[in-house]
Design a binder for this molecule. Structure first.
Ligand code: AMP
Ligand code: MG
Length: 533
């Protein structure tokens, strides 16, 4: 019998460590780290790591044997007590603008990259623990994460993936057996909470801030090295598609980042996701959704909504502001890479294309939500604008409305159409029926002119593939958290299962296709979250 550890089958690589300059100091003490892209650091052991949930798909993607995932070795490793052969753990150095202000060095204060694995898809995937203990970048904090925020990150990463939204993924959720002290609303009522660690997985965890840190310190040689690294490893197609008329590589790279970011913003608007903390250190170079903190899902459609209580006053990161703020963040990235690119005019021109790509993508997406295969700018934007107005005036559930609209027959009686949509309203208000029927009339006429929209099955196909039936509503994650605090982790698995096929009708989970219950309207964890996690 072969009794080598099951993890021996995994072959780790560490390209980032090999290619970029390391912090010469190896003590794990908080400090400024000049002239280095990372610091080597080991996870800090925990009392009693226990696996409470994992993503079978991510494990499969990483070619991990299911028997390994459920073995004690896995919980020890992904709880931070054990380092597998070939791993070379490190924390990344980055800076950032937080809430619009330059914050200097931030870095992975509680994230530790373990190493990379080649996936079944041929892609290289970095495995990263979040909450694995302090690093040189922890500043005044403890390097840990609480169970509630870890459940939210674990579930939402996988939900977003299945919704077709670019995102970092999550392999595992391990409870540590240690408690972590948090003052959830910064009001002096700190309390002990169970600690947890999520293993996040992505082709790269590079953020805008990784480039900003070297730019701010005028370490232009390292800045260039990091840009070259990103291009070679994460955008290799840019290297192969050159001819004499293509712009220089760094411009094409920046263009690609702008394009991906624009597309990501369109997706967030499509599914009703509010990130909550779009600081430049939380913006992925790959255009992935990264760092699930005080994020939230739109229940009643409200462009002014943010779940983040830390942003309640300045409202920088509200739902309707996300594309604009991403553009601002891209401008900060452009400034950071300028010393290497040396072409302000071209960078400026690329930034302009970000806005137009978002605008176009957003219109196309709104059209698809309404069953239109293409949009006619002028007239359709009026239809969309009026819709947005009604959705917010009449407190309408975003997910329910669009999904139910797919069921509406545009040649049926208006009364009948309205009765289908009525379920998406949070309360009856004077005038709503008349206003909605008026809008429906316009939609009926428009959709019947569209080659896809006029045919029932293709229209429904387009709408159902654009408008999810299930999203990870804030109150659902909160219910799973409350149960987990009582030691019952079953709902995490159930939500993972529902969110596995968010566009499919799943009659056994019909209860998850429902408006936010009244108790969740203003409840902490549902509509109010802070950065304390
Ligand atoms: P965030 O805005 O929450 O993504 O984090 C901003 C910065 O704070 C990053 O440098 C994080 O690594 C760091 N950070 C957040 N929470 C902790 C923590 N509990 N311990 C150490 N660093 C943290
Ligand atoms: Mg962050």
């Amino acid at each position: 019998m072969n009794d080598a550890p099951m993890s021996d089958a995994l072959s780790f690589d560490n390209r980032f460590v090999r290619a970029l300059p390391s912090d010469p100091l190896t003590t794990n003490a908080r400090r400024q780290v000049p002239r280095a892209s990372y610091s080597k650091v080991l996870p800090t052991p925990v009392a009693a790591p226990k696996l409470v949930a994992y993503s079978q798909e991510v494990a499969h993607l990483l070619a991990m044997d299911p028997a390994f995932v459920t073995s004690p070795e896995f919980a020890q490793t992904f709880g931070g007590n054990h380092v597998l052969k070939g791993m070379d753990p490190y924390a990344m150095n980055y800076a950032g603008h937080q809430f619009g202000h330059w914050a200097g060095q931030l870095g992975d204060g509680r994230a530790i990259n373990l190493g990379e694995l080649k996936g079944m898809d041929g892609q290289q995937w970095t495995l990263q623990l979040k909450g694995a203990g302090p690093t040189p970048y922890s500043r005044t904090a403890d390097g840990r994460a609480v169970l509630r925020s870890s459940i939210r990150e674990f579930l939402c990463s996988e939900a977003m993936y299945h919704l077709g939204v670019p995102t970092t993924r999550a392999l595992s959720l391990v409870v540590t057996g240690d408690s972590v002290v948090r003052d959830m609303f910064y009001d002096g009522r700190a309390k002990e909470e169970p600690g947890a660690i999520v293993c996040r997985v992505a082709p790269s965890f590079l953020r805008f801030g990784n480039f900003q840190v070297h730019a701010a310190r005028q370490e232009f040689d390292i800045l260039k090295q990091l840009m070259d690294f990103s291009i070679e490893n994460d955008f290799p197609s840019l290297l192969s598609s050159t001819n004499s008329s293509t712009p220089p590589i760094y411009l094409r790279w920046f263009q690609e980042i702008c394009d991906r970011t624009a597309d990501l913003m369109v997706h967030w608007m499509r599914v009703g996701f509010v990130h909550g903390v779009m600081n430049t250190d939380n913006m992925s170079i790959l255009g992935l959704t990264i760092d699930y903190g005080p994020y939230g899902w739109i229940d009643d459609y409200d462009l002014d909504w943010t779940p983040n209580t830390t942003d309640a006053e300045s409202r920088r990161y509200i739902f309707g502001n996300q594309a604009g703020v991403a553009g601002w963040n891209l401008a900060q990235l452009a400034r950071a890479i300028m010393p290497v690119v040396n072409d302000a005019e071209s960078l400026g021109a690329i930034l302009q294309t970000y806005s137009s790509r978002f605008k176009q993508g957003h219109e196309q997406m709104m059209g698809a939500k309404l069953g239109l295969s293409s949009v006619q700018s002028e007239t359709d934007s009026l239809l969309f604008k009026k819709l947005e107005e009604l959705l917010s005036t009449y407190e309408t559930d975003m997910t329910l409305f669009f999904r139910l609209l797919g069921k509406v027959n545009p040649v049926s009686a208006l009364e009948e159409q309205w009765s289908i949509l009525q379920d998406s309203q949070y309360g009856a208000q004077a005038g709503e029926k008349k206003d909605w029927m008026e809008w429906l009339k316009g939609w009926n006429a428009r959709v019947m002119q569209d080659p896809v929209g006029k045919l029932e099955l293709p229209r429904r196909g387009l709408m159902d593939a654009t408008n999810p039936k299930y999203v990870l509503r804030n109150y659902l994650a909160q219910e799973a958290i409350e149960k987990a605090h009582e030691g019952d982790y079953a709902m995490i698995g159930e939500l993972l299962e529902v969110m596995h096929r968010p566009y499919d009708e799943q009659p056994e989970f019909e209860r998850y296709f429902a408006k936010r219950p009244d108790w969740a309207r203003d409840k902490a964890g549902c509509s109010m979250l802070s950065c304390s996690s």
